[in-house]
Structure formats: structure tokens, C-alpha cells
Write a protein that binds this ligand. Structure first.
Ligand code: NDP
Ligand code: OXD
Length: 321
């Protein structure tokens, strides 16, 4: 049987998103199928049944008349949701243990960094100051996670095992052992009031754009042992009002921030976040998508689809995630 081709459209721009690397992995796991690396391959658009993509250009996917499934090579689909010409076929996103565990590593690393006062301690080291500060226990700190999906739930559970008081906020009601769960706009304020370290793992949708703003920061717990609340955002840059973050860091509404994502990526060299003393910045690599794992995941899903089984982790276009 002539198997439909898989088109690869990868426009990440960083080492992890090297199109050639993805092509070689997909060649390994789709041996009986043509894997086309666009835009270079000479091909007939009609032969493409599957597309595996990262940040494709607007309209690029509309060129395939026989497209059956789109596989987003990451967890967040905001770039695809912004394409009004996106073909109306199932869109599958990444939800795999490899990525989920990497995100938990990032969240734990940054929660501990603020909890254990690493910014202060590094400054002491630079200045050769031997000045230990009181070290409060994890159980004194309340971490609030916005987004209790694949990534947020796992990170919440790992933090709970470390002894933190953990709560979470989602769109619909959730129940997770040992985690205080809040949902919807009506419960947001209650969730924020008890939060010392706010971790954002929300998807970017019309409902969540700029949700991380001054009003929200002002609702965080002002009586935490840490003095001022801390923000950790590894969701998307569009979730944060960046001018508000800078102002709130400067006026003490926020004590510090770990930011992995930005409205404009790569962050321009003259951006104020690079040098802000209260900011810990990473270049959108909280949780890399690993080409080995993700190519296998996509190949498995294609197998399921062709065997008439249900695709996993299909995005609901109405919700936008
Ligand atoms: P999921 O879809 O599994 O979870 C999303 C969570 O957000 C759900 O709990 C959902 O609520 C909640 N949510 C969505 N909209 C709202 C809203 N309006 N109000 C309240 N809660 C809302 O996503 P993942 O956990 O897999 O990924 C989350 C995001 O992380 C991705 O969309 C991506 O942007 C980002 N990401 C960043 C990476 C990085 O390296 N920086 C790597 C990978 C992902 P409900 O449970 O009710 O549906
Ligand atoms: C993702 C990401 O969404 O890497 O997977 O940002």
C-alpha cells in the first residue's frame, strides 16, 4: 500500500529545533513512509497525509489537500491556533513523560532557587560576605500552580513530595491528592491570596493572554516568610504583561521572577529582563521537546490512527488548547 507522506515543517530557530535533526529521527521511525523536510523537498502536496510541525508559517498547512492529522511537536499550540486557515483535521499535541519530567525539573529548580534564597547567596558570594539568613522549611511556603494539566499536575505532585504546601488553579474542577484545587475566575482570588510562589503553566489562549499582570500580582500573599511573592512563568510570554512585571519587581509587589518565555523570542539584546537583578532568565528551554522521544510518539499515533484507534491528546479548537 502506498502510505501517505509525512511533511515536516520545523521553524524553531534554536539547536533543539534543527530541522535536519528532526528529519533524521523521523526517517528512523517512519521507515516505510516518505518523510519530506519542507520547504526544500520536491513533492506533490496531494501525497501529504500527515504534518509534524513547530511554528509553521500562517497558511503553510492549508497547502495540503489530503491532510489527515497535524502533529504539533510541542505541548503548546498557540502558534497554530492563531492560523485562521488551519485545516479542520485533528490536531495532536505533545504530552509525554519525557517533556513532563523535564518541566518538573525546571519548576523544582526555580522554586528551590527562590525558597533557598539563591539570588541572595550568590550576591553574598560575589561580595565575599559570610551572612547566612534564616532558612525556613518547605512546609512554610505555599506554591500555587496556574494550570493543572499534564505539566502542572505533575509539577504540583513533585513539589508536594518535597514538602511544599501546593495549590493549583484550572478552568474546570480538578481533584488531586494533597493539592488544594481551585478553578475558574470566581476562585482565582482565593487561590492567589494563599500563594507565595506562583508558577504559571497555562496555555496561551484568548482567555489567558496577559493574565499575569499587576492586579493579579497584587493579590498574591503579602505575608509569606519570603517577604514578597515570586513569579515563575514557563507557559508562554503572551501570558505576561511584561511592563507590569518590571514595575512590580521594582516597587516590591514581586520579590523576584524566573522567566523562561517572553512576548518576543529570542529576547532582544536591549531587553530590560537580561540584566534585572531580580530576574532569573532562561531562553525558552524549561522543557525541551526531545526529537527521539517525540518522533516515536508521533509514529505511534499514526499507527493508532491507521489502525482505526483513537488519537491521543487531541486539541479542542473551541478551548484553544
Ligand atoms: P494542558 O492542556 O495539559 O493543561 C492546561 C491547563 O491549563 C489545564 O489545567 C487547564 O484547565 C488550564 N487552563 C487553560 N485555560 C485556562 C483558563 N482560562 N483558566 C484557568 N485554567 C486554564 O497543557 P500542558 O500542561 O501540557 O502545557 C501547558 C503549557 O505549557 C503549554 O500550553 C505551553 O504553552 C507550555 N509549555 C512550555 C514549555 C517550555 O519549555 N517553556 C514546554 C512545554 C509546554 P482544565 O484542566 O480545566 O482544562
Ligand atoms: C512546548 C514548548 O510547547 O516547548 O512544547 O514550548
Amino acid at each position: 500500500m502506498n502510505k501517505g507522506a509525512l511533511a515536516l515543517l520545523v521553524h524553531g530557530g534554536t539547536e533543539n529545533w534543527s530541522p535536519e535533526r528532526w528529519k533524521s529521527r523521523f526517517d528512523d521511525v517512519c521507515k516505510d513512509r516518505r518523510v519530506l523536510l519542507l520547504p526544500d523537498a520536491a513533492f506533490d502536496p496531494a501525497e501529504v497525509h500527515y504534518a509534524a510541525v513547530w511554528k509553521p508559517a500562517q497558511g503553510e498547512l492549508a497547502a495540503f489537500p489530503n491532510l489527515r492529522v497535524i502533529f504539533n511537536l510541542g505541548a503548546g499550540v498557540d502558534a497554530l491556533m492563531a492560523d485562521s486557515s488551519l485545516p479542520k483535521v485533528p490536531l495532536v499535541r505533545v504530552a509525554v513523560a519525557d517533556l513532563t519530567d523535564r518541566m518538573a525539573e525546571y519548576v523544582v529548580l526555580h522554586v528551590l532557587m527562590h525558597h533557598r534564597q539563591e539570588l541572595y547567596l550568590r550576591a553574598c558570594q560575589r561580595e565575599k560576605r559570610w551572612k547566612p539568613r534564616f532558612q525556613w522549611p518547605a512546609s512554610a511556603i505555599s506554591v500555587g500552580i496556574m494550570g493543572l494539566g499534564t505539566l502542572g499536575t505533575n509539577a504540583a505532585e513533585v513539589l508536594r513530595r518535597l514538602g511544599f504546601r501546593v495549590s493549583g488553579w484550572s478552568r474546570s474542577p480538578r481533584q488531586i491528592d494533597g493539592i488544594a484545587c481551585f478553578h475558574g475566575k470566581a476562585q482565582l482570588e482565593t487561590f492567589l491570596r494563599r500563594t507565595d510562589i506562583l508558577v504559571c503553566l497555562l496555555p496561551l489562549t484568548p482567555d489567558t493572554r496577559h493574565i499575569l499582570n499587576r492586579e493579579l500580582f497584587a493579590s498574591l500573599n503579602r505575608n509569606s516568610p519570603m517577604g514578597a511573592p515570586v513569579l515563575i512563568n514557563a507557559g508562554r510570554g503572551g501570558l505576561q504583561a511584561e511592563a507590569d512585571i518590571l514595575e512590580c519587581l521594582d516597587d516590591g509587589t514581586l520579590g523576584a521572577a524566573s522567566l523562561d518565555v517572553f512576548a518576543t523570542e529570542p529576547l532582544p539584546p536591549d531587553g530590560p529582563f537580561w540584566t534585572h537583578p531580580k530576574v532569573v532568565l532562561t531562553p525558552h528551554n524549561a522543557a525541551d521537546t526531545d526529537p527521539d522521544e517525540i518522533s516515536k510518539y508521533v509514529a505511534r499515533q499514526i499507527q493508532r490512527f491507521e489502525a482505526g484507534e483513537r488519537l491521543e491528546n487531541v486539541v479542542d479548537p473551541a478551548r484553544g488548547y
